[in-house]
Design a binder for this molecule. Structure first.
Ligand code: HAM
Length: 410
């Protein structure tokens, strides 16, 4: 038996119903904040992703060559593609641009619960705004979307300047390694690495900073910073808006394009892969041939949100099944069409067996059976059988629709 590729999933209708429902909630919220949907290709020139992060990232991607010899990659995320699109198509649009996307991404990772090789992100990018208020908007929108998705979570907000102030002057490769340890919260690895370099003092300061939860104390560790006012403004907006969050200067973010505010959100009832959202302030447009454009955004790991929500009963709405004799067929088709036009999910029996047999089959999944024979056809009526109560009525078509649509789905 053939199987799906490792790290991918199939979704049955019950699961798709729930995914679409949550996706709809996310779209609705993004729209009410003024964000509009964009779409980019599933694959891009490989260079789009290596230009900022280096060749190392190739190991984590699906990379291939097409028949024309072009090096392409399935997108591992959408920030770089969306900013490429902005440079190609959106430069002249009035800024700031508020864009959102819901799309699948591909990463060559070791699959486990909450970590897949194909997964979906719901993300937003606020392009061309450079202020604490813009950063706060992005964080508050993230909070609203996740709260509406009905999961429990905690928000951690940091700023890269804080960590950078301690790493200033170090070799960029060293900085990258240290950020990787911090991103993975691997304090043991960090201590070993810095100790091997004779930098135990730095390890102590980094660990103290990463664990600090008070902004004034943070500045005593980092010393004064050029963007201190901006950082203070951001946190004062967050406080004024009543956001519940944790200040976390230890957030390093795995991706290389962030420049300032960074934030991560963790779901409370997930295992190791509990980060449901990552985002921050970044600059990418200038790398793709555009002007330097301050931007800010986030991406939600949609699949992790679905895992965090847990199994829920789908709400399919009322379902009607149509059972009919050969003489009733044409009228049955008309009746089914009229029910569907009224927004009722209506399934025609396809077995061609006896009416009793058809009703028995319909009863497995529907709330009502619409029974149509020669008499119903002649009188243009419908026999409506309530499959929960067993009650049965002969009604005109419009009364039949009223009877079924007025009922509660089971
Ligand atoms: P990221 O943190 O790499 O950021 O990914 C965002 C979210 O996608 C993660 O927090 C996680 O929930 C989910 N995710 C990542 N990898 C997987 C996986 N293998 N399986 C399931 N879920 C996964 C970004 O991608 C940035 N583009 C976010 C951003 C937008 N920054 C600014 N704008």
């Amino acid at each position: 038996m053939l199987q799906k590729p490792r790290g991918t999933r199939d979704f049955l209708p019950d699961e798709m119903d729930q995914r679409r429902e949550v996706e709809g909630i996310m779209r609705r919220f993004a729209r009410t904040w003024g964000y509009r949907e964009v779409c980019t290709p599933e694959f891009e020139e490989l260079e789009l992703f290596t230009i900022r992060s280096g060749e190392g990232i190739i190991q984590e991607m699906y990379v291939f060559e097409d028949k024309g010899g072009r090096k392409l990659a399935l997108r591992p995320e959408l920030t770089a593609p969306v900013l490429r699109m902005y440079v190609n198509e959106g430069k002249t649009l009035p800024k700031p641009l508020r864009w959102f996307y819901f799309a699948d991404c591909f990463r060559y990772e070791r699959p486990q619960k909450g970590r897949y090789r194909q997964f979906w992100q719901f993300g937003i990018e606020l392009i061309g705004a450079d202020s604490a208020l813009a950063e706060a908007e992005v964080i508050l929108l993230a909070r609203d979307i996740l709260a509406a998705s009905d999961i429990s979570f905690s928000i951690h907000v940091g700023h890269l300047s804080l960590m950078r102030s301690l790493l200033d002057g170090l070799d960029p490769d060293d900085q990258k390694k240290i950020r990787m340890f911090l991103d993975k919260k691997d304090t043991g690895g960090l201590a070993m690495y810095l100790s091997s370099q004779g930098r135990d003092d730095l390890c102590t300061r980094l660990t103290a900073l990463a664990g600090c939860r008070d902004l004034n104390e943070v500045f005593t560790i980092t010393g004064d910073l050029p963007d201190r006012d901006r950082i203070e403004e951001l946190f004062s907006i967050l406080d004024a808006s009543g956001l519940e969050y944790t200040l976390n200067p230890g957030i390093a973010r795995g991706l290389d394009y962030y420049t300032g505010m960074v934030f991560e959100i963790f779901a409370e009832n997930l295992g190791a892969e509990n980060q449901v959202l990552g985002g921050g302030t970044y600059r990418l447009a200038h790398l793709f041939g555009g002007e330097e454009t301050p931007s800010c955004g986030f991406a939600i790991g949609f699949d992790r949100v679905m895992v965090a929500r847990g199994e829920r009963m789908p709400a399919p709405g009322t379902v009607a099944g149509v059972a009919f004799t050969p003489e009733g067929r044409d009228w049955a088709l008309t009746v089914a069409g009229a029910f569907r036009n009224a927004g009722i999910r209506t399934e025609l029996s396809l077995t061609g067996k006896s009416i009793g047999n058809q009703i028995a089959q319909i009863a497995r999944s529907a709330d009502y059976a619409l029974i149509i024979g020669k008499r119903e056809r002649e009188l243009q009526q419908v026999t409506v059988k309530n499959l929960r109560t067993g009650g049965q009525k002969v009604l005109s078509l419009s009364d039949a629709i009223g009877e079924v649509s007025g009922s509660e789905p089971r």
